[in-house]
Design a protein around this ligand. Structure first.
Ligand SMILES: Cc1ncc(COP(=O)(O)O)c(C=O)c1O
Length: 496
């Protein structure tokens, strides 16, 4: 056990030295870090699972983890072609097996030729295997209607998370009133608040407009920036599109307005586009910041600085565990880009299996390839099911009095707003909990449903939300949504 400062004399007597590393001496920035998606509610969910295994009686038989965007953990099957190529790369003896299609074998051989010692077990260069960065560049070019991408501006990463933190590290500088500030949406994905706390940067909140399906309003950006300039030096603006936890897909007009704003105010843009394949709502379409920025022409195209992030964790792939992702930087100062390369080289390289998966994602089987039909069928099936689950979630929640859910236009989550009676709010305060944490904890204890309170993502004062993924299997989703709604009704009644 750690000894406290006052225990010095006792330590001297017993000969036990005080720990060098204690809560008092450790990096205080890390103590400030919070990450709701894996916070107290999830720790309790783990305990409950353990208790169920030990035969403790509960009002439910399983814990349903609807707290995290981890598709395969919720039963989604991996895409066959991705795993075939990966398996062949990991164990090249399988190249002689008749059980793998020819195009998967060709692809694996192609990738292995680009690996050190022709093995996945070798480090790659720090920015990622050249061949894969070239394939990523081709993918971006095709996605963006022919706008070119330079492999030298692409850095493969350990999931998108690692690339995001790397770019934030480059941005953060200064002390006191000149400390860097980064504008982030509220509600936000808590990697941003956590990374900014760790880096001792200033988190500058701008609120998305819930009444207008979580629209991003430039007037609100202006307000946030004006206020922030009184106490820090805002240098970057982050946009998550499609949104997590809010599920909105930004319009092209909105993106143009954000780019103009960032340019006028000299802000580096971070575009978190990991859900670019997850767009469901009719009339919604994904527009990449890179494409919009380039099509806006001068001066934006050749001056506005941008980092755009993507990942193999989301989309139809859901390959979170392999930690594959990339960042493309646009108009970055070449000297800074050199520093970024150096920073990444300290960590040696992103996991090579994750790089391989990324390669297959960005260059899937072509129509003439034997695996094309199966690949397309599997991909479309996953996306169609997610679209149906997005719709169902919105529908069931909106049938429940006291719950309002905006359309889930994209990404993998609903973020419904719920009414909580004043007595429940008061009870939560007595317990020292945020009211929505109190609700989510009670929900978990009674039903086994694990969702994350809105307070973990940020929300307007006096409003209460929770984030629930749309990932549970279709046959479980409706009963789950109904159970959650019924619990909300019961909870409301109990505290009315
Ligand atoms: C908006 C957003 N950005 C980044 C990430 C990180 O993803 P990765 O698994 O690629 O690190 C997530 C994961 O949920 C996310 O939701």
């Amino acid at each position: 056990m750690a000894l406290r400062a006052g225990d010095h004399s006792q330590a001297a007597m017993t000969g036990v030295k005080e720990k060098v590393l204690t809560l008092d001496t450790m990096n205080s920035s890390i103590r400030r870090v919070e990450y709701a998606v894996r916070g107290p509610i999830v720790l309790r969910a783990l305990e409950l699972e353990q208790e169920l295994r030990q035969g403790v009686k509960k009002p439910f038989t399983e814990v349903i983890r609807a707290n995290i965007g981890d598709a395969q953990a919720m039963g989604q099957k991996p895409i066959t072609f991705l795993r075939q190529v990966l398996a062949l790369c990991a164990h090249p003896d399988l190249l002689n097996s008749p059980n793998f299609p020819e195009d998967a074998k060709r692809r694996a051989e192609h990738i292995l030729r680009a690996c050190g010692g022709h093995s996945l077990g070798a480090y790659s260069i720090s920015s990622g295997i050249q061949l894969i960065r070239e394939d990523v560049a081709r993918y971006i070019q095709q996605r963006d209607g022919g706008i070119s991408a330079d492999p030298d501006n692409i850095f493969l990463s350990t999931g998108a998370s690692n690339a995001i933190v790397t770019v934030l590290k480059l941005l953060v500088a200064g002390e006191g009133r000149t400390r860097s500030g980064v504008l982030i949406p509220i509600p936000q994905y808590p990697l941003y608040s956590a990374a900014l706390a760790e880096l001792n940067a200033v988190q500058v909140d701008y609120y998305l407009d819930e009444e207008r399906v979580w629209a991003l309003d430039v007037a609100e950006l202006r307000r946030a920036l004006r206020q922030a300039r009184e106490h820090c030096r805002p240098c970057a603006l982050c946009v998550i599109n499609p949104g997590n936890p809010t599920g909105q897909v930004q319009t092209r007009e909105c993106i143009e307005a954000v780019i103009r704003f960032a340019f006028e105010e000299r802000l580096f843009l971070l575009a978190d586009e990991v859900y670019q394949d997850n767009v469901y709502a009719e009339g919604s379409q994904f527009h990449s910041f890179k494409k919009v920025l380039t099509e806006m022409g001068s001066p934006y195209a050749e001056q506005q600085e941008l980092a755009s992030f993507h990942s193999v964790s989301k989309g139809y792939m859901g390959e979170c565990g392999f930690r594959g992702g990339y960042v493309e930087v646009v108009n970055m100062d070449p000297a800074v880009q050199q520093q970024m390369r150096k920073l990444m080289s300290v960590r040696l390289c992103p996991p090579v299996p994750g790089q391989v998966l990324l390669d297959v994602v960005v260059s899937p089987p072509a129509p003439s390839d034997p695996s094309f039909a199966q690949f397309q069928a599997e991909k479309q099936a996953v996306l169609a099911e997610l679209a149906a689950k997005a719709k169902l979630t919105e529908q069931v929640f909106n049938e429940s009095p006291g719950i309002h859910c905006n359309p889930v236009q994209g990404a993998m989550y609903s973020f419904p707003r719920m009414q909580l009676p004043p007595r429940a709010v008061q009870r939560a305060q007595e317990l020292g909990l945020a009211p929505d944490m109190f609700f989510c904890m009670s929900l978990l204890e009674e039903t086994g449903i694990c969702v994350v309170p809105g307070s973990g993502f940020g929300q307007r004062e006096g409003t209460y939300h929770f984030r629930m993924t749309i990932l549970p299997p279709m046959e479980k989703l409706r009963p789950l949504l109904e159970k959650l709604s019924q619990f909300h009704a019961k909870f409301t009644q109990e505290y009315s």
